[in-house]
Ligand binder design. Structure first.
Ligand code: HEM
Length: 705
């Protein structure tokens, strides 16, 4: 896109307002009709009870799914408008201007609707649960009791409050960086009802909840992004092609994520393939599969037929831009109508009862989300599986993103060290084993296995992950600016890396402090018992171990760029400083005569390794023994890095001496780097890039090691 056209942002509107209103009304009616049909077919519609049995009435029965649909659509629109403003449509100089500013302001209005809808759902749910007519549900004791005592009530109120914050902050959001934070908050607002809804009470609830979360986030970014671009195409903007090109890649990721997570969630809820054909829930799932296939086809048509022509027409002043915008809007309108109907089916699905729900009985199954496994054996520990949603999502996403980065580098002909790739995937295999593998399974059942999993997540896998240089890969492959001064994904990542919180966290003493303090704080404060007893608590603990371990080893042996350079000797000293605290922790575990997590282990009531203190002693011994492993790995990594940097320094001195002798005064390295920037810019579609040394444009920093 030529620079001039990027700065002139408005273009004539491409579609008459009356057509848009007609399309919106038709889509609304189609979605409402789909909702009613799906509710009736799925037995989720209100039923007439025999006389004498109290019922909440038809207003509540139909109001719940309708307001549920409104809440979904408002959330999707808010996320999509912010996504378009921050990441899809380019903003020169990193400021939200033109359509980007209008999109962010519009997100404020949709967020307001999003804030009100959950409150209406609270009243409707009270009417439904207590089987009282809607007007009687407006009672302070009933409403406050519901919000205080049920997780559903609390999650709806939290969602409403978060949406209100998004609404208010959107008024003051002026830059892309602020918009990115707001987008993060909007995505977080999707979370609360998912954690307490249908899936949270299902068998395999660890996996059901996370798969639904991934599903909802993926669907919201996908539908919302398209909705926002459709709105922008109707309003007429010269920045549309850039937005559509970037969205096209994101949409492919979203489709894959939505289908994969939808299939996982449906499999859990159905319990078998035959239920697809024999139950109402299965029938609705089949409708969604067909819708996903249709949407995939429409998306593919967009990508092949419309997107290239759109970019050409918009870039060329002699061609009819309005026609290009109209062609995009026409397919987007069909896609959005199918999406709205699919969301209506989804809302009906969430109110459709399933067989599996009724089979989840017993305190053990409720705690684990699955049956208690038999006594551990080496084979079971090695090849067992556990439905840990967080682990599966984390490893799947991390592997897919890394592979995508490698593919981008390969297309550009840039080499990447196989050692880094091996380290990254080695680390992911360990994370998988410790979360959803055999070790993950028994980490919910035995303290000793939990301790091995903890050590793997915080002390072994992170070393390999940070040696995989994921940030360097991301900085080399993430999209850069499309117009001068744009804050693209690469610049956002750089800003994050150099932000004050990251500077603070990567201080060696802070990283080491967090690593040590969290050991004592979790196990010797009673927190462990609470965390083990809840899905979110256990997932948070796993993520915490991995995050704190990765931070600590990023500071010690990381090869990625960072806000500060820590001398080799200081890194070694930090490791030596930390190890005794770790050893004290292990000894304290072994010598304690109080069972840590006693409530959890007792309610699990396992028939093997019943001596809880003995198992804890074993766990302490494992923690002690495994503390030595990182020492060896880190020493080896530090030695290799020191040796390499020594050789690099020597080679640099030799080159400088040779250049001086030959009278060369141009900077070879600078030229090579400028060629690299030119290749990147060519790929990103920017005209002539700023050359390093010519202007203060941000540069991609070198790795540390
Ligand atoms: C292979 C295709 C798909 C399958 C198997 C699938 C399956 C599911 C399942 C099982 C649920 C959980 C319902 C419950 O709580 O019981 C769900 C929810 C949902 N799905 Fe899908 N889905 C698919 C495609 C889609 C598509 C293409 C979209 C959007 C365009 C979509 C949007 C949603 C939304 C928004 C929800 C949350 C509804 C709510 O809780 O209010 N799904 N899906």
């Amino acid at each position: 896109m030529p620079e001039g056209s990027a700065l002139r942002t408005s273009a004539p509107a491409t579609v008459p307002r009356a057509s848009v209103v007609r399309w919106a009304a038709a889509t609304f009616l189609l979605a409402a009709a789909t909702l009613v049909v799906a509710l009736v077919l799925g037995h989720g519609a209100p039923r007439s009870e025999p006389a004498g049995i109290p019922t909440p009435g038809a207003v509540t029965g139909w109001g719940l799914p309708v307001i549920g649909l409104v809440a979904n659509v408002a959330g999707i629109a808010t996320v999509g408008l912010l996504l378009a403003a921050v990441l899809l449509v380019p903003s020169p100089r990193g400021e939200l201007t033109g359509m980007c500013l209008r999109a962010s302001r519009a997100a404020g209005w949709t967020a307001l609707v999003w804030a009100v809808a959950p409150l209406l759902l609270v009243v409707l749910t009270v009417s439904d649960i207590f089987a009282v007519p809607l007007r009687e549900a407006f009672s302070v004791p009933l409403l406050s009791g519901f919000v205080r005592e049920t997780s559903t009530g609390q999650s709806l109120v939290v969602q409403s409050a978060l949406a209100l914050v998004v609404c208010v902050l959107s008024r003051w959001t002026l830059t892309v960086r602020e918009g990115a934070l707001l987008l993060g908050l909007a995505v977080a607002t999707l979370v609360p009802p998912v954690l307490t809804g249908h899936s949270a009470s299902a068998g395999y609830h660890h996996l059901a909840t996370v798969s639904l979360l991934v599903h909802v986030v993926g669907a919201s970014l996908w539908i919302g992004g398209l909705l926002a671009l459709g709105w922008i195409s109707v309003a007429g903007s010269r920045r549309l092609p850039d937005g559509v090109l970037r969205f096209s890649t994101l949409a492919a990721w979203c489709l894959a994520t939505v289908v994969a997570s939808g299939v996982v969630n449906a499999a859990i809820r159905l319990g078998g393939v035959s239920e697809l054909f024999t139950t109402a829930y299965g029938g609705l799932v089949m409708v969604k599969v067909a819708a996903a296939a249709g949407l995939g086809l429409l998306g593919w048509t967009h990508r092949r037929r419309i997107v290239p022509g759109l970019a050409r027409r918009m870039a060329d002043d002699r061609l009819d831009r309005g026609a290009a915008g109209r062609a995009f809007a026409a397919i987007a309108a069909v896609e959005l109508t199918v999406m709205a109907m699919t969301v209506a089916v989804a809302v009906a699905l969430s109110r459709t009862p399933t067989q599996v729900e009724d089979e989840l009985v017993g305190p053990t199954t409720e705690l684990l989300g699955t049956e208690l496994p038999p006594a551990p054996s080496a084979l079971r520990l090695l090849v067992g599986l556990y439905p840990d949603g967080v682990g599966i999502a984390l490893v799947g996403l991390a592997a897919a993103l890394y592979v995508q980065g490698l593919l981008v580098l390969r297309r550009r002909g840039v080499e990447w060290s196989p050692g880094r790739t091996a380290a990254w995937f080695g680390g992911l295999v360990l994370v998988g084993w410790a979360t959803f593998g055999g070790l993950g399974l028994y980490s919910h059942v035995l303290f000793s296995a939990h301790m091995v999993s903890h050590m793997v997540l915080s002390m072994v896998a992170p070393i390999l992950l940070v040696l995989g240089a994921p940030l360097t890969l991301a900085l080399r492959t993430l999209p850069g600016p499309r117009v001068p001064g744009e804050v693209g994904p690469r610049q956002l990542l750089l800003s994050l890396l150099h932000s004050p919180p990251v500077r603070l966290l990567t201080h060696p003493l802070v990283a080491a402090g967090l690593f040590i303090v969290s050991l004592y704080a979790i196990y010797f404060s009673g927190l462990f018992d609470v965390l083990m007893g809840h899905d979110i608590g256990h997932a948070a603990m796993e993520l915490h171990f991995l995050a704190v371990g990765s931070l600590f080893f990023y500071v010690l042996v990381g090869v990625d760029p960072g806000p500060r350079r820590v001398p080799q000797l200081v890194r070694f000293a930090v490791l030596i400083f930390v190890l005794p605290f770790h050893a004290f922790f292990a000894v304290a575990l072994m010598s304690s005569d109080t069972v840590i997590g006693a409530t959890y282990w007792t309610s699990l009531d396992r028939p093997y390794r019943t001596d809880l203190l003995d198992d804890q002693y074993l766990g302490g011994g494992i923690a002690w023994a495994m503390g030595e492993l990182p020492l060896v790995l880190v020493l080896a990594a530090l030695f290799v890095q020191w040796y390499r940097s020594d050789r690099r320094d020597a080679a640099r001195h030799d080159r400088t001496a040779a250049r001086t002798a030959a009278g060369h005064d141009e900077d070879e390295a600078l030229d090579r780097y400028n060629t690299y920037l030119a290749r990147l810019a060519e790929h990103d579609g920017v005209g002539t890039p700023a050359r390093l040394g010519d202007s203060p444009e941000p540069s991609v920093p070198e790795g540390k090691g």
